[in-house]
Design a protein around this ligand. Structure first.
Ligand code: CMP
Length: 139
């Protein structure tokens, strides 16, 4: 493996420790599947009510999840957009960039294939999604 490649894997697992758990082959696959995307401060990245096109991993910057009764800030190392993919339903909130952001997007089809092969990862993502939606109901 060349050094550049090793650095990319290392960055991936440092920023997103959840990927440290998957095998190296799958880490390499993720690097190929991720679609880079950027956003400027104030830009709406996800719109409530839309169909889910992908899951967003925040490589740098921060976003605000705008819920009916408040906002939640997410920054580098976190993710959003998993709920609509897991449920097959609609986006549950607006997500707006509050900073210059770089995202790694796992498109819906790739999400489904990858998560089907990594049940532990899927469970971790589902658990957080459940906590988030419980938090929203409680508001
Ligand atoms: P999704 O519904 O696809 O699109 C909006 C996203 O906002 C949602 O997925 C979650 O990733 C995120 N989200 C919704 N509620 C919360 C919450 N309470 N805390 C953090 N993120 C949330």
């Amino acid at each position: 493996r060349d050094r550049q490649h090793q650095l990319e894997i290392q960055q991936l697992t440092e920023t997103f420790p959840m990927f440290a758990e998957v095998d190296e082959h799958s880490q390499e696959e993720l690097l190929l599947l991720f679609r880079p995307k950027s956003a400027s401060p104030g830009e709406r990245v996800v719109r409530v009510g839309d169909r889910g096109d992908g899951m967003y991993f925040i490589a740098s910057g921060a976003v605000e999840v705008q819920l009916e009764n408040g906002a939640v800030r997410l920054s580098a190392g976190s993710f959003f957009g998993e709920m609509a993919l897991l449920t097959g339903g609609r986006r549950t909130a607006d997500v707006v960039a509050v900073d210059f952001c770089q995202f790694l997007v796992l498109e819906r089809r790739d999400f489904n294939i990858f998560m089907a092969r990594h049940p532990a990862l899927r469970a971790a993502v589902s658990d957080l999604a459940r906590e988030r939606s419980e938090m929203n109901v409680a508001r």
